[in-house]
Design a protein around this ligand. Sequence first.
Ligand SMILES: C[S@@+](CC[C@H](N)C(=O)[O-])C[C@H]1O[C@@H](n2cnc3c(N)ncnc32)[C@H](O)[C@@H]1O
Length: 210
Amino acid sequence: MDAAAWNSRYDTTELIWKGEPNQFLPVEVNGLTPGRALDLACGEGRNAVWLATQGWTVTGVDFSEVGVAKATTLAADNGVAGTWICADVTGWTPPSDGFDLVVMFYLQVPAHELAMALRTAVAALAPDATLLLVAHDLLNLSEGHGGPQDESVLTTADGVLDSLAAAELSLGVELIVERSGRIDRVVSTPDGDRTAIDTIVRARRVGGES
Ligand SMILES: C[S@@+](CC[C@H](N)C(=O)[O-])C[C@H]1O[C@@H](n2cnc3c(N)ncnc32)[C@H](O)[C@@H]1O
């Protein structure tokens, strides 16, 4: 989906993904000291806004101006601030001083675009910073519930790790992969609970790199 399609999807008064953070975010950032956080493809801002309520100084980037406007409103409704940028994350240049946490949730785009977005994510990491990606896994198509049904935009942990390795090489930084694989997510439906299968990758940039 391009930015225009996302704009029309977001063009409703209610929030598509509600205002709550993704269920994996609080667990995965537990123990990190709040600092500067970047949410790439932030959409309506649920994850960035939650991080802001936890003391992080957040920046959200998304190419949908309607999404970004909703994120701005969600932040205000929660009494927190944020920097909200309308930009394409496959080509965006992050500030050189970097972020302590970079998150990317459910950016479902073809593999070459995801690789470019992951390069942006790695470029945005300050030394010792954490990168967290969660996305609909390819396995979800055959074994899970919901999510995009187009296999070209679904992820695998191995595919994400390959893109991260390419980004490390081209940017001259080193990552330590702390977690990678599939993770099951319980989804409540009118017919009862279902299981969705996500890809999760969490990595940390090795400190002291220039
Ligand atoms: C499924 S939504 C997820 C939103 C948010 N991360 C969340 O979990 O609530 C995917 C988001 O990716 C954004 N997006 C897709 N391609 C993008 C790109 N190339 N640059 C910036 N944002 C993009 C869309 O506008 C949309 O907000």
